[in-house]
Design a protein around this ligand. Structure first.
Ligand code: ATP
Length: 283
């Protein structure tokens, strides 16, 4: 029997109200993540990736569907209940833009210690843990007294990752988490994340770049215009993509071994994708 998912989204719909009318940003999205599993959610800009991430941490209210986190039905949670859930540190979200995740008036030490103190841990234990996690993301202790505005983009992103992980959450949603890091630090951050996965934390990597998650994800879900058009084991999605849009993503990810689609077939796929027919019938 497969373990109970730590995160389950069923038939999720999200609408945004805009001046030009309502936008149907997510359509019937279902996604399930098991403990210790790493899932990649891939899609081009505007496909709804951040909307999905924000919905599962209660920052966007769905118009239909269900969300369960660690076995608890949270769909109808009010803002106060979502805040309490986030504070318990069970589900954490690393934003695309680290400046949005860090309070500009808190030092690095205060930012990292805050979720631990909210969990009720003694200050001494919190301080020790903060130092341990700072070292795990390869940041020097001298940064502890700095404000986010006094850090480089890469340092800020590592502080954000450390802050999300310090509570040892059950699920971490990472929205383009390593894009601000250089190659060496990206490898370190990924190592840290995979060590958490080995300890049972589920990871959801969100990215527009299939190549950047193909090597770390167990499963890949492909989001296209607000719908999941493919969801399967990472290797199968990369080597034998079933949907036309996934084939286009594979073909345009130069780091993937199977990216051999020639220009002509890519053009053909693009043309097909422009028509609803191509999407519906999957070439
Ligand atoms: N607060 C909002 N109000 C209105 N429309 C929004 C809002 N947030 C996102 N959208 C729209 O919803 C759609 C999905 O946006 P979303 O940010 O989820 O896409 P994304 O796949 O994360 O894109 P990117 O890779 O560029 O971050 C887009 O058309 C976007 O313009």
């Amino acid at each position: 029997m497969s373990p109970e998912p730590v995160l389950a989204v069923t038939d999720l719909d999200v609408h945004y109200r805009r001046r030009q009318g309502r936008l149907h940003a997510l359509r019937g999205v279902s996604l399930s993540v098991a403990p210790g599993e790493t899932v990649g959610v891939i899609g081009e800009t505007g496909s709804g990736k951040s909307t999905l991430a924000r919905a599962v941490v209660g920052l966007v209210r769905p118009s239909a569907g269900r969300i369960t986190v660690a076995g608890a039905e949270v769909t109808a949670f009010r803002a106060r209940q979502w805040r309490a859930l986030r504070r318990r540190g069970i589900v954490q979200y690393v934003f695309q833009d680290p400046l949005r995740s860090l309070d500009p008036d808190l030092t690095v030490e205060e930012s990292l210690a805050e979720p631990l103190l909210i969990q009720g841990r003694p200050r001494r234990e919190a301080v020790e843990r903060v130092r341990a996690y700072l070292a795990r993301v390869r940041l020097d202790e001298e940064l502890l007294s700095r404000l986010p505005g006094e850090l480089s983009g890469g340092q800020r992103q590592r502080v954000t990752i450390a802050r999300a992980l310090v509570t040892e959450p059950r699920v971490v949603i990472l929205d383009e988490p390593v894009s601000a890091l250089d190659a060496a630090n990206r490898v370190k951050a990924l190592e840290l994340l995979t060590s958490l996965r080995d300890a049972g934390t589920a990871l959801v990597f969100i990215s527009h770049d299939l190549g950047s998650v193909a090597g770390v994800a167990d499963r890949i879900a492909v989001l296209y215009r607000g719908e999941i058009v493919e969801d399967g084991p990472a290797r199968a999605v990369v080597n034998t993509p079933r949907h036309a849009y996934t084939r286009l993503l594979v073909g345009s990810a130069p780091t993937l071994r199977s990216a051999r689609a020639d220009r002509a077939s890519r053009r053909r796929l693009r043309a097909l994708l422009r028509t609803e027919e191509g999407i519906r019938h999957d070439v």
